[in-house]
Design a protein around this ligand. Sequence first.
Ligand code: EAX
Length: 324
Amino acid sequence: MFRFLLLSLLLLSIFSSPAAAELTIKLGVVTKPGSAQNIAAEKFKDLIEARSNGEIRVRIYHSKSIGNETEILQQIQMNTVQMGIITAGPFDTFDPIVRVVNFPFLFRDHAQADAILDGPLGAEVLKSLEGVGFKGLCFSENGFRNLTNNRRPVRTPQDVEGLKIRVMASALHKAIWQQLGANPTPMPWPIYTELEQGVIDGQENPLWVMEAYKFYEIQKYMTLTRHVYSPHITVASLAWWMTLAPTTQKRIGDTILEAALFQRRDNREKNAARLALLKEKGMQVVEDPDIDAFRAKVAGLKDMEIYRDPRVKDLLERILAETR
Ligand code: EAX
């Protein structure tokens, strides 16, 4: 009887187990469904769940349900959240190495950004994050950032003078707007209410944000400044990553890269339609601002305090040598 019981228990455990996921990954993004981060997150979830026959499950936490981007990163460090797709800006307070990818006017176009970020120099940035508890996996994109505001059309840095601009939780982004003569205020995402109430005059983000978050309702002027190419970095908790079998690590790494490549293509394809829509909605767009004047104002940043760390400065110089 006892033997029979044991045997049935054994059989039961063999035949009933495949339904249960062996690995559930909590993945955090701050933005809402349809956003750039979410498109990469959902693609990753779909691909990995289908290919692993349900052995790996991904639960996406979005729309600030587990906090802002800084708070998501803290949870990833502690392994209460395993992965995140986070704008590069807020990594700044964890490891200043990300300042090299956020340097203003660094990349001419998408092809150049891809070549650097997907290559050995980008890999150095990802590797560095291990020092603060993150396994850096790959770059997807927010996109080139553009300025919007409610005061006046902006063509030159003089027009920026005194504008209250919200920036991400990033000392570099703050320094950029100080150099440009604005009055930058770091604030976590989202910022619709602050714009609506006039606590801030403006903000800067890629085109998809102005559309998805309906900034055309509350911001009159936009300038295609493209001042910073803004990547997302997909990171995993290093503490968690070390517990995974190499085959699982590879599966996750390959799949998230595939999702990132899909997302970058998707994001870029939609930009022309977004610009048309924002104009249709009544935004006044300055399409050819005096970029040289903007660039001249921020070029000196690389010799300032913000790039004092020799490790950061050295990598920035090597990237600049490739992109100039
Ligand atoms: O991804 O905080 C920011 O400005 C980010 O670009 C925003 O979350 C959109």
